[in-house]
Design a protein around this ligand. Structure first.
Ligand code: SIN
Length: 283
């Protein structure tokens, strides 16, 4: 690792703060390689004190993959790849407040996410991350064997249900805007244990926001085991928690990490800019 970068791990297996890089400059091939390596090692890497414009945010993201346009949540007018996650002080609806892996309901879910903090409440609004590799490693051999080859159905139909708590976002009553599309009702089957295409490591790949059931099973039949997997994978020792400051950036790997945005800052505003990168079909 280059002496220029200082890496401070946040927890035993997941999350590290990285110092010594200015993300407003398109990273050199050497810097891209170093940051990729850190992303693979820690699952999520954090940067402090960054000043990004939509263009430099996008340029940084493009160095690591292809920014995607969300089929349901509107991006900004000028940069549709950037979703402004804006929660005004008086708005109850929150985004990402459940454990999930971004866009696991896509046929090819997002590889990674780059989130930039523009406005942060005086307290609260942290994001929690769970290490799905360690969660898998720590399952019993029997459960690992049972889950081998099992697939689960992922969909946005509950999380983005227009008649549910997301309704205000479709009706234009909240700052975030949703547009109904076929993507809301689609279902895609993904392996419950996926193999990371770069590291070759196995990770649990189910989440309570988008996973509906195991393939060829009912929701009632699937519920108890899925619930166990969610409780297991979010055990405190498999997680880290990031306290944002204005100018912080998080870059996480959705292929091996889940996350949860805390909604504990009522009466305060929080504004984040999010770019997700196109991923591949989980295997
Ligand atoms: C997200 O779920 O992508 C957003 C997380 C956050 O706002 O902390």
């Amino acid at each position: 690792m280059s002496a220029a970068l200082e890496v401070r791990p946040l927890a035993a297996t997941i999350g590290a703060e990285v110092f010594g890089v200015d993300l407003s400059h398109t990273p050199s091939p050497d810097m891209i390689a170093q940051l990729r390596e850190l992303l693979l090692k820690y699952g999520v890497i954090f940067f402090r004190g960054q000043i990004l414009t939509p263009d430099t945010h996008l340029a940084f993201a493009q160095a690591f993959g292809k920014p995607e346009i969300h089929p349901i949540v509107a991006g900004t007018d000028k940069r549709p790849e950037i979703i402004k996650i804006e929660k005004p002080a008086n708005e109850p609806a929150s985004f990402g407040t459940e454990w999930h892996s971004d866009n696991s309901f896509f046929a090819a879910p997002s590889l990674g996410t780059i989130l930039y903090a523009e406005e942060i409440p005086p307290a609260g609004g942290d994001t929690l991350y769970a290490d799905m590799y360690t969660a898998y490693d720590q399952l019993s051999d029997g459960l690992k064997k049972m889950l081998d080859g099992v697939r689960a159905i992922h969909s946005a139909k509950v999380a983005y249900d227009p008649s549910g708590s997301a309704g205000a976002k479709y009706r234009g009553e909240s700052t975030l805007k949703y547009t109904y599309s076929d993507a809301v009702a689609e279902e895609h089957a993904h392996p419950v244990v996926r193999t990371h295409p770069e590291s070759g490591r196995k990770a649990l790949y189910v989440n309570p926001m988008f996973t509906l059931r195991f393939e060829d099973m009912t929701e009632q039949e699937s519920g108890p085991l899925l619930q166990y997997l969610y409780t297991h994978s979010t055990r405190p020792e498999f997680t880290c928690r990031f306290h944002w400051q204005k100018g912080s950036v998080a870059f996480w790997d959705n292929r091996g990490v889940m996350h949860y945005a805390m909604n504990d800052y009522e009466g305060h505003r929080r504004v984040m800019s999010r770019i997700t990168l196109t991923g591949d079909v989980p295997a």
